[in-house]
Design a protein around this ligand. Structure first.
Ligand code: OMP
Length: 264
């Protein structure tokens, strides 16, 4: 099952680090901007510097879509590069998809089958029935937004459903009802460690994708304490800008990998 792909890679390189491949064109060093395939060449360079520390890579679709058909081609080239050179690294497309079931079949074909990602991020707003095409894929991982990292996350997520905020209902339902195939994970932002603690108690064995360390200011130690599962795993700690746009991406990735491990 695909869930084991992450844990096996994490074990192999002794890392819970996920490097976000968010190659915002405007922020690329000039030398890459001038290349025929700027985002791909930049990603390749980042991958070469960080692969030994990375359990996962997570491109965000927005930065590729922003570059039109060239961006989509370069996202595919990035995937082909990873599949060929680092086939055991877990790959996540951050695209926060979710539509009616029939339309979701299109995302399944595109993101899981054509691009070949192991996992994608999904929003739960339309319910389990709509997400069934993703949940039915036993060989792939559905990562459901539960508590997002953004400052305004609470606008809807904190709304009370009887006595519980919506994010708790999502955590509970994904864990107890949606995860029949053992192929669900939850997005839990690093900027909300108190909520993460509660989500860990609601979903003791589930893996959390945790963005918000680095550029968004999440505190690593607090997050690790709140989110680790009983076996000292269960987290995918994601950072994009703080690694890929650092002066020395390899150094930053190693540093974060080591900091994560020192909290385990
Ligand atoms: P940095 O803030 O540069 O590390 O990037 C964070 C990445 O994680 C971006 O691609 C975001 O879109 C994504 N993300 C969040 O920042 N917050 C969330 O709650 C969820 C995600 C995500 O699904 O990955």
């Amino acid at each position: 099952m695909s869930n084991t792909r992450y844990t096996e890679r994490a074990q192999k390189v002794n890392s819970l680090l996920c490097v976000g491949l968010d190659p915002d064109f405007n922020k690329l060093p000039q030398v890459f901007k001038e290349k025929e395939y700027p985002q791909f060449e930049f990603n390749k360079w980042i991958i070469e510097q960080t692969a030994e520390y990375a359990a996962a890579y997570k491109p965000n679709a927005a930065f590729y879509e922003a570059c039109g058909d060239g961006g989509m081609r370069e996202l595919k080239m990035t995937m082909e590069y990873l599949q060929e050179k680092y086939p055991d690294i877990f790959t996540i497309l951050d695209a926060k998809r979710g539509d009616i079931g029939n339309t979701n079949n299109g995302y399944v074909s595109s993101i899981f089958d054509w691009f070949g990602f192991d996992a994608m991020t999904l929003h739960p707003y339309m319910g389990a029935e709509s997400l069934q095409p993703f949940l039915d894929r036993k060989d792939k991982i559905s990562i459901i937004l539960c508590r997002t990292s953004n400052p305004g996350a609470g606008e809807f997520q904190d709304l009370l459903i009887e006595t519980r905020p919506l994010w708790q209902v999502v955590a509970n339902d994904v864990n107890s009802k949606w995860n029949r195939n053992g192929n669900c994970m939850l997005v839990v932002g690093a900027t909300y460690p108190e909520e993460m603690k509660v989500i860990r108690s609601l979903a003791p064995n589930m893996t959390f994708l945790v963005p918000g360390i680095g550029a968004q200011g999440g505190d690593l130690q607090t997050v690790m304490k709140a989110g680790l599962d009983a076996s000292g795993k269960g987290l995918i700690i994601a950072a994009s800008r703080s690694i890929i746009f650092a002066d020395d991406a390899a150094k930053e990735a190693k540093k974060l990998r080591d900091e994560i491990n020192s909290c385990r």
